[in-house]
Ligand binder design. Structure first.
Ligand code: AMP
Ligand code: GLY
Length: 431
């Protein structure tokens, strides 16, 4: 009951992590950098930016932090885990050499190709004409092309083109106009796959791993998957497509070979390996990997972990995950994101938030873009709150989450009313 933990990040994902860690018998004190007002009710927020690696290291050393948990990808890419390990600090999250699995799409596609991990047919290009030629070949063969900037592009670097003209425009804006800066020095042009998407999570110490519940995200801003892409408008666990057989297949064909491949490449991977997968008829295919928990997936995955989260993350960070037999909760869990008016485009901040004093049993509200102004909680970002509920089954979790949302308001608030629509279609339930 005396461990000190530092959680890095400031979103609803980190609020969920802090909330779960706060219930651990091992944890005595939690710090969050920089955190947010919701996190501040459970942890001590310290004013250090999530990507200020040197500042975070100094803080962790001077406060004798026992375990640091990294929420977002940026500090990992900047080598936070490497710096911490070199300083004798324990950290949950991959080294920069391993986090490249999220940081470079070309790296990941080439890794999949080299080790026979299923992924869409592709080419990687530094030359515009060659990229256009490959896109043309895809369209000539009756397929569509997806254009991806190699590096991180704040979730905007992937364009699913509808015709060759759109593919060429995307290639040119990434490679010539440098829409995403040096992230567009290379592009991946790949075959567009049809099917449902699935987020799949393994917690690994580099050698062994455990899996958490599969989840489905909702990336488009409006109902029926319309409108522009967002960071994620909602999620739920155990989508019906993720049958036990499919999960076995994902572990055998994707997770195990990728972890072994990373080891073989001298990039042993410790942390959460988050597979963004497509499920076309021919079987699960890798779209991308992320080096962290998903957001909003973490908000549903974490409440479904019955075991002690500190133990899980500490054992992964210490190379002992094989000793762990994590217990998961029964039933279902859903998350609906409440966003600012205008998001994912421009939006105003500073709108007072009401309705958080009285949360229904079975619900949780994790904060993301919030701030405290003169004692009043106000909006301070695009995705403002993640409203989460657990229920005996999906329908009861959904009924509960939307009842909770009716009690919450801020000017311009909008959210999707069709979270888990794919599951309800499978089950023949109400949309
Ligand atoms: P990524 O960042 O690679 O996961 O891509 C972002 C989104 O683009 C995914 O969640 C998919 O919706 C879509 N996407 C990416 N690659 C493909 C593909 N090969 N076929 C169809 N959709 C894709
Ligand atoms: N849920 C999408 C992401 O975390 O990248």
């Amino acid at each position: 009951m005396n461990k000190k933990v530092l959680v890095i990040g400031q979103g609803a994902r980190e609020h969920a992590i802090v909330w779960k860690l706060a219930s651990s018998n091992h944890v005595g004190q939690i710090f969050a950098a920089p955190g947010n007002p919701g996190i501040g009710s459970l942890a001590q927020c310290v004013d250090i930016k999530a990507d200020d690696v040197a500042g975070l290291k100094d803080f962790a050393l001077s406060n004798q932090i026992d375990l640091t948990v990294v929420g977002p990808e940026a500090p990992l890419m900047k080598g936070l885990a490497d710096e911490f390990v070199a300083a004798g600090l324990k950290v949950f999250g991959p080294s920069a050499r391993a986090a490249v699995i999220e940081g470079s799409k070309v790296f990941t596609k080439d890794l999949c190709r080299k080790y026979g991990v299923p992924t869409a047919a592709y080419g990687a290009f530094t030359d515009v004409d060659a990229a256009v030629e490959f896109a043309q070949q895809l369209y000539d063969a009756g397929k569509r092309a997806v254009i991806k900037a190699d590096g991180l592009a704040a979730g905007k670097g992937v364009i699913v083109s509808r015709d060759l003209e759109e593919a060429c425009e995307a290639i040119e804006s990434i490679m010539l106009d440098k829409e995403f800066g040096s992230a567009g020095d290379q592009v991946v042009v790949e075959e567009c796959l049809d099917g449902e998407e699935l987020s799949f999570f393994a917690v690994t110490d580099g050698q062994d791993f455990i899996t958490l519940l599969p989840a489905q995200d909702h990336k488009r801003v409006f109902d029926n998957d319309e409108g522009p892409n967002t960071g994620g408008m909602g999620a739920y666990v155990n989508p019906p497509v993720a049958t036990p057989e499919l999960q076995e297949r994902i572990i055998k064909e994707i997770i195990k070979p990728v972890l072994a491949a990373m080891q073989a490449e001298g990039r042993t991977y410790q942390g959460v390996l988050y597979g963004g997968l497509m499920l076309p008829e021919q079987g699960p295919q890798v779209l991308e990997f992320n080096a962290r928990f998903g957001d909003p997936e973490a908000q549903v995955l974490i409440p479904m972990i019955k075991s002690d989260l500190y133990e899980m993350l500490e054992e992964a960070a210490s190379g002992r995950i094989s000793e762990l037999r994590p217990e998961l909760e029964e039933g279902s869990c859903v998350c609906v994101v409440l966003a600012s008016g205008g998001y994912p485009g421009t939006f105003e901040r500073g709108k007072p938030i009401s309705g958080l004093d009285d949360i229904l049993p079975g619900c949780m509200v994790f904060q993301a873009g919030t701030a405290c102004q003169d004692g009043q909680l106000v909006t301070d970002g695009g995705r403002v709150l993640s409203v989460v509920s657990r229920g005996a089954d999906l329908q009861s979790a959904l009924d509960l989450v939307y009842r909770q949302i009716e009690r919450i308001s801020f000017e311009g608030m909008h959210y999707r009313r069709d979270i888990a629509h794919r599951a309800l279609k499978h089950q023949g339930g109400r949309p």
